[in-house]
Design a protein around this ligand. Structure first.
Ligand code: 9MR
Length: 331
């Protein structure tokens, strides 16, 4: 399928990206990092920024009141430091990551506990984590996109919880850059309007917010459009940064290997996404949600879909990798 002689890995993405002053990152599966030396080697070779796929989420760290398990987070921080990588923090408050024990805590205690937790984890990685996704996916899908009122955080901390979370994170580390992160907000539309409205309001209230994470979980065939440009320009127009935070481009496989055509179409999508970041104002990072098709959330969550990442299951670079590399080289 691949003509590997076309693919030049002599200049890893992180070297090319450094010349463009763009951090290039990926999420890390801690089990793969511990168990697969090839995974660790490709990760260290290609990327200069890492984010934990799951290890920094509250349900992984927050074991009880004032009880934190930093063993995995420390491992990732050590790996990042050893390989001269920066670390993104993902995430402080997400409706899908609520520690079980917290659900039965007295409601009156929850704001205090959350403030303590945010102080503990942000404080612990002060000066190490450069960007935090403070709040993840607070907004609903569909035409009437608005706050997820069913979220545990909304219900226990109140409608103002996004502002509170940013304020608490800033108290713990006044230098770390604080992001709001969401999916399907790359285009112009109801969801991205809601994201824009939320961050604009936070900015106008003087809340310490520095950027917007656009996850970019995309479907094969996606190409950048004028809408994407309009959308990121309006974010940058608020004086905010934006980053591509969870890029992958999934394709429908139904048990078959991807066709040559599918991987070429995918490469064009990756190239467009990187070019969007390189050519529009405000983009300060490009992160993929994994790098090898051997370790990706897609097949487990979207039956029949996969092959969403720039390396195949054997860690061989795909045309998508070459496309990212070409975009970074400006050719
Ligand atoms: O890829 C992650 C998967 O391994 C986890 O089981 C899941 C739930 O914690 O989260 C996935 O990552 C999500 C990310 O944290 C937020 N945006 C959507 C990502 C894919 O579902």
């Amino acid at each position: 399928m691949l003509n590997s002689s076309r693919i030049d890995v002599s200049a890893p993405l992180r070297e090319l990206a450094a010349l463009r002053r763009l951090p290039v990152g990926t999420c890390v599966d801690m089990a793969a990092l511990a168990g697969d030396p090839e995974y660790a080697a490709v990760l260290a070779r290609e990327f200069d920024m890492v984010v934990a796929e799951n290890a920094f989420k509250p349900h992984s760290v927050w074991m009880g009141p004032r009880e934190y398990d930093f063993s995995q987070t420390n491992r990732l921080a050590e790996f990042a430091s050893r390989h001269h990588m920066t670390l993104r923090g993902h995430t402080l408050l997400w409706h899908q990551s609520v520690p079980k024990w917290l659900r039965t805590a007295p409601v009156a205690q929850i704001p205090g506990l959350v403030r303590e937790y945010i102080h503990a984890i942000v404080g612990r990685y002060r000066g190490v984590i450069t960007v935090w996704d403070v709040v993840n996916e607070a907004l609903t899908d569909g035409e009437a996109s608005g706050m997820r009122t069913e979220s545990f955080w909304y219900k226990t901390l109140g409608p103002d919880y996004v502002r509170l979370a940013f304020t608490w994170a800033h108290e713990a580390d006044p230098d770390v850059r604080l992001f709001y992160n969401d999916y399907e907000a790359e285009d112009m539309g109801a969801k991205s309007n809601a994201v824009f409205g939320l961050v604009k309001e936070l900015k106008s209230l003087g809340v310490p917010i520095h950027g917007v994470g656009l996850q970019a979980h995309l479907i094969n065939g996606w190409r950048a459009s004028e809408d994407n440009r309009t959308n990121v320009r309006r974010i940058a127009g608020l004086g905010l940064e934006w980053q591509v935070t969870e890029a992958d481009i999934r394709m429908q496989l139904e048990g078959n290997p991807p066709s040559d055509e599918q991987v070429e179409v995918q490469a064009a999508g990756y190239r467009d996404l990187m070019e969007l970041c390189l050519t529009e104002p405000g983009c300060t990072g490009f992160v993929t949600w994994g790098f090898s098709d051997a370790h990706s959330w897609i097949p487990g969550f979207r039956k029949g879909w996969g092959a969403a990442l720039p390396f195949d299951i054997h860690f061989r670079p795909k045309p998508a990798y070459l496309a990212l590399s070409d975009a970074l080289r400006g050719c």
